[in-house]
Design a protein around this ligand. Structure first.
Ligand code: GLY
Ligand code: MN
Ligand code: MN
Length: 439
């Protein structure tokens, strides 16, 4: 299976070290297991930053980067101690001895030594870096500094500044390397296959959870054991609830079903939405709404390239959607007034897309000095316009209960973009064709 090479993790740490001041230390924490109920835990998901820097999938580890006053660097890690009983019950632990080679670090020690090691390593440093969103690490940093100050004579050696390192790491994570893009292509392929399979098995009488199960089967069967986020399978009106995750209603003949689901592979997410008819055939009214969203999405895909600005592309999408809603009589009046009064927001109430990577809503700045940030090669973003006409909307009743979103994942290339999720059909003809080959 594809993985990010150890050398790439080393290069990521080297980049962070290069940004650190001399005589400084940086502390990045792993995630901890989370209780689901009583004695059982949620599937372990590593902290995305820690994973990005180490590729190490155990809980409760701490990565420590040091740059001394001469600019020499040192990478250390604190890990769960080897423990025969704990490993019999809960699984293998790498342990400090093996960590050095396995994670390509300079030193490793057991968590039992962490407090004392931090006091020692902080001593004489000027600056500490950490991720302020890792509140447990932030607290440990504060505690270490206080402890150091209380040691007679050593107190003067406590660091005097504590800096958040998130913006550096977010910037690094925003631009994906070729290896990251290859992994994201793999998880996009698996997720596309899952959507195709759901289309093929769909028929009236199934429940939303049958499609969810099929999707998750294909993810897991291909090594993407967990979804990157809770799958959304909304039939009929449920498609108009943006974060619907109940997924337990029967699928009705004549309704559309919206599936928003993506797998996670080696930490990287896919995020795909398709909307299709439960019966295998769109009605004329459904098709009329669907094609507005498709036109808008295709127009956006044409425009998303280096130096493009997401708000400008969004404006084009808004114009297409608003004009489409006017043509169908869902909105009334003229285009300009409707756009100015934001009337389309009743039906298209979210953004065009977001960065995608180790987090489904991935990190990275969308603005720079208050201005929209131009796209650059290596960014991976979603493109996901939608129209949601909830029951009771102020428009002709024939449109009520239609919810459509079409979401693809793209990587910005030197010359434009590459659609990672093109294996799953989205034109009406292609969807109906694929569905006709199913059960
Ligand atoms: N699946 C979450 C989103 O589309 O943003
Ligand atoms: Mn999305
Ligand atoms: Mn999505």
């Amino acid at each position: 299976m594809k993985k990010i090479a150890l050398s790439e993790h080393q290069a990521r740490r080297a980049k962070l070290l290069s940004l650190m001041a001399t005589n400084s230390i940086c502390v990045i924490g792993a995630a901890s297991a989370q209780t689901r109920s009583n004695d059982t835990e949620y599937n372990f998901r590593q902290d995305s930053y820690f994973w990005y820097l180490t590729g190490f999938n155990e809980p409760d580890a701490t990565l420590i980067l040091i740059k001394d006053s001469a600019g020499q660097t040192h990478v250390g890690i604190s890990v769960q101690p080897k423990d025969e009983q704990a490993e019999i019950w809960h699984g293998r632990r790498l342990g400090a001895d093996a960590a050095i080679n396995s994670l390509a670090v300079d030193s490793a020690f057991d968590n039992t030594q962490l407090t004392a090691q931090l006091i020692d390593m902080f001593s004489g440093k000027t600056t500490v870096y950490s991720l302020f969103i890792q509140s447990h690490v932030k607290r440990a940093v504060d505690k270490t500094i206080l402890a150091l100050k209380q040691i007679p004579k050593k107190g003067v050696l406590a660091p005097s500044s504590h800096i958040d390192v998130q913006s550096w790491l977010d910037e690094a994570r925003l631009i994906k390397s070729p290896a990251e893009i290859a992994l994201m292509q793999s998880v996009a392929d698996i997720s596309a296959q899952a959507h195709c399979q759901a289309m093929q098995i769909c028929k009236p009488g199934l429940n939303e959870y049958h499609l969810e199960a099929e999707i998750q089967y294909v993810f897991a069967r291909n090594g993407a054991r967990h979804p990157a986020y809770t799958s959304i399978v909304g039939g009929g009106d449920n498609a108009c609830i943006l974060h619907y995750t109940q997924n337990n209603q029967p699928l009705q003949n004549g309704d559309l079903v919206l599936i928003d689901a993506g797998g996670e592979l080696e930490g990287y997410a896919a995020d795909i939405t398709r909307t299709f008819p439960v019966s295998g055939y769109f009605t004329t009214v459904q098709a009329s709404v669907y094609n507005i969203v498709l036109d808008a999405q295709l127009a956006a895909l044409e425009l998303l390239k280096p130096d493009a600005l997401i708000p400008e592309v969004t404006q084009v999408v808004v114009e297409i959607i608003t004009q489409g809603l006017l043509d169908l009589g869902i909105l009334t009046g003229n285009l300009h007034d409707n756009i100015e009064r934001l009337t389309y927001r009743q039906y298209f109430m979210h953004g065009l897309g977001h960065y995608l990577g180790l987090d489904v809503h991935d990190v990275g700045e969308y603005t720079h000095h208050g201005e929209p940030r131009p796209l650059s090669p290596g960014m991976v973003i979603t493109v996901e316009p939608g129209i949601y006409i909830a029951p009771g909307s102020d428009c002709p009743e024939q449109f009520h209960g239609i919810g459509v979103r079409i979401e693809d994942d793209i990587v910005i290339t030197e010359s434009g973009n590459h659609v990672l999720t093109s294996d799953v059909p989205k034109t009406i003809a292609d969807i109906e064709q694929l569905m006709s080959t199913g059960a």
